[in-house]
Design a binder for this molecule. Structure first.
Ligand code: C2E
Ligand code: CA
Ligand code: CA
Length: 650
């Protein structure tokens, strides 16, 4: 609770408990810590005496807090102020004096100078205090409001999420934080509500329209196919997952253009691209509003129809889709093009309840349509699929992966592009199966997650890789980090988190050389225990990075509070460089956001020198991607380290 409060205050501020223990301080305070070390010391346990004299001095004079002049640097003086809070803890804050300015700060001044709007009400909902920022927000003057009833003055709060939360904080005397849109003002607010000593509540709120706008453009960009402007593959998957979670039956129509490759070869990629766009438009036009038309990539589209369709209805939708191709596509400087689609269909729940399974089956049905040159939608039929589903085989085989030694690891270096120095490596899992061949982690990790195998796999991975890393450190004195992808389910698993700590100790690797990458995940961010687990790791020195930043279910305001060191910008945004200006702008704003939050930032999937240059010019020096290194075995990694990188460094 204190942390939230001090984070809202612009000046350096720290809160101590009644017995001198530091409870919370804001960044400004930490920054000034070098000057304040003595103060920190004096206020700590060891100096009870001073602390109690401060306490009693404040108690005597409740309203006027105690002030003590301090000397910060040779030419800068400051004043340390102490105030007693309700629960006997002490708030101390520092004001820096400049010769031209005499500062006399009181609590109210602090509240006045806050960036956030603040007001409080007493036990009868009468407004007792309103700061300047709140006056601006509420478009009124405090003299007109003090003493008035909140609900009478702001009737439009009734029935809103604001009312609900204020009432809850008020009646249960608990602290509540929430984000909400307030329609009458067309604003998004982030709100903190605290119970106060008058039996009422105090409310801090800030306008987060800018943040929301950015969230929205991030989401938009991550879910849109830049060529056709249709929703993309990620969107299609999320849409299916949403219906599955709600048990809403649906059918998917997998569409692939016949002989698209020939069209591309014949008329060039430019015409091919234009055709992709035109097909997308036609498909959108021919479908009803509640269906989702998406592009999976290449010449593949997927249409999701959220209804329980019978065979004849599937035929009807199929004909609608195929009918959209009746007329030729017209281009400038190119003959008209006739193209036909092949359409395969699968349905939830009949054909499966996993997105990948449903897509696979619709794909199989589509091939059947293509093979037999059927100009109608073909529904998936188990006879088409002789072998058992790949998912099932993977699930079965995965159980033996560790024992059979089939799980291998590769390392992809992360590079500081300004001096070409390897700053760390990311560990990526590889599975070489004697029959299935190489199975991509993108395929088997989700299966491992859903079948509860991540714990075992990740423990094995940590132990193996940290052992190798320790060797490497010894031989090459590598001082970079080793990063592990940790499934967010494991963060809540106490025994796993304990193992993580122990295995780092066991291999005698310093905590700050270990980084864990977790993907954006709303449950994780709002789950207290996970946050505490991560805080504990960070206290030890382990670094926490957000993976695939910008593509998850992102609310950006978590970034302030979440224990975090670094964000890894998803490849999707790197891909936009010199391709899409809007995407570039978003990329730049992510870098700026990270900078303003003082987080490290790394761009993933850098493949070209042009991308590198753009990223460098825009303040992102850390990169990972094929342009520098593909993921490689430890042996290869060592070779690079010896031959290439050491030579680069002067
Ligand atoms: P990720 O963590 O985002 O890893 C980056 C992926 O992008 C890797 O794919 C990597 O090989 C690939 N990549 C890196 N640079 C480039 C580039 O310049 N161009 C292109 N086209 N690709 C690039 P990979 O190894 O197939 O891993 C896929 C995903 O599987 C990973 O995405 C990660 O989310 C997950 N994963 C991999 N290993 C593990 C693991 O050990 N544990 C967990 N929980 N997840 C893992
Ligand atoms: Ca990763
Ligand atoms: Ca990533």
């Amino acid at each position: 609770m204190y942390q939230d409060m001090v984070d809202l205050i612009k000046m350096p501020v720290c809160i101590y408990s009644h017995n001198g223990k530091k409870l919370a301080c804001n960044d400004r305070w930490s920054e000034l810590l070098s000057y304040l070390k003595d103060w920190d010391m004096m206020l700590s346990h060891d100096h009870q005496e001073l602390h109690s004299s401060i306490l009693s001095a404040i108690k005597v004079n409740r309203h006027h807090e105690l002030k003590i002049p301090v000397s910060l640097t040779e030419n800068r003086d400051g004043e340390m102020s102490f105030m007693l809070l309700n629960d006997q803890s002490v708030l101390s804050f520092l004001t820096v004096k400049s010769p031209s300015l005499t500062v006399d700060e009181s609590v109210e001044d602090v509240l006045e100078r806050m960036n956030d709007a603040f007001f409080s009400v007493d036990h009868e909902w009468r407004m007792t205090y309103i700061n300047r920022e709140a006056e601006k927000f509420l478009h009124c003057h405090r003299t007109d409001l003090i003493g008035k009833n909140l609900w009478k003055e702001f009737p439009r709060l009734r029935g809103s999420e604001f009312e609900e939360n204020y009432l809850r904080a008020f009646h249960d005397q608990v602290t509540i934080q929430f984000e909400s849109y307030f329609e009458p003002r067309d604003h998004w607010y982030q709100v903190h509500v605290y119970p106060n000593k008058h039996g009422g509540i105090s409310i801090y709120f800030r306008n987060i329209n800018e943040l929301k706008k950015m969230e929205q453009s991030l989401w938009q960009s991550a879910h849109t196919d830049y060529l056709s402007a249709l929703p993309n593959r990620r969107y299609a998957y999320e849409c299916m997952k949403k219906y599955i979670s709600k048990d809403q039956p649906f059918s998917i129509f997998f569409i692939d253009l016949n002989q698209f490759k020939i069209i591309n070869d014949l008329y060039g990629h430019d015409i091919g691209d234009q055709l992709i766009v035109k097909v997308g438009l036609r498909l959108q036009k021919c479908m009803d509003i509640d269906t989702e038309v998406t592009r999976l990539g290449g010449d593949e589209y997927l249409i999701v129809v959220p209804q329980d369709l019978n065979d004849s209805e599937i035929d009807a939708v199929g004909n609608q889709i195929i009918g959209a191709f009746n007329q030729a596509f017209v281009f400038e400087n190119c003959p008209d093009i006739h193209v036909d689609p092949s359409v395969g269909v699968s349905s939830f729940p009949k054909d499966g309840s996993l997105t990948d399974t449903l897509i696979d089956k619709a794909d199989i049905a589509m091939y059947e349509a293509k093979k037999k040159q059927k100009l109608r939608a073909v529904r998936y039929d188990p006879d088409m699929h002789q072998s058992i589903s790949r998912d099932l085989i993977i699930q079965q085989e995965l159980k033996k992966i560790v024992e059979r030694g089939e799980l291998a690891f590769v390392f992809q270096p992360q590079v500081d592009s300004l001096n070409n120095w390897i700053t760390g490596v990311e560990v990526l899992a590889r599975w070489e199966h004697p029959v299935l061949g190489t199975v991509s982690p993108a395929e088997f990790i989700p299966v491992a997650e859903s079948s509860g195998m991540m714990d075992k796999l990740t423990r094995h991975q940590l132990d193996t890789c940290l052992h190798q890393f320790a060797q490497w450190k010894k031989t090459y004195h590598f001082d970079g980090t080793i990063a592990f992808n940790i499934s967010s389910l494991l963060i809540r698993n106490r025994s796993f988190m304990r193992f993580l700590e122990e295995v780092i100790q066991k291999h005698e690797i310093s905590y700050h050389q270990v980084e864990i990458e977790i993907t954006e995940n709303i449950q994780l961010f709002s789950h207290r225990e996970s946050i505490q687990a991560l805080e504990r790791l960070r206290e030890l020195g382990v670094r926490v990075a957000i993976d695939d930043f910008g593509t998850g279910y992102s609310t950006l305001s978590y970034l302030n509070k979440f224990p975090l060191d670094k964000i890894k910008i998803d490849k999707h945004f790197t891909d936009q460089i010199h391709v899409d200006q809007k995407g570039e702008a978003i990329l730049v704003s992510i870098i700026k956001l990270a900078d303003s939050l003082r987080l490290d930032v790394l761009a993933e999937g850098v493949e070209t020198a042009e991308q590198r240059d753009f990223l460098q010019e825009n303040g992102c020096r850390h990169m990972q991607g094929y342009y520098y290194f593909k993921p490689m075995s430890l042996k290869e990694c060592e070779k690079f380290y010896r031959e290439k990188i050491l030579k680069h460094r002067v």
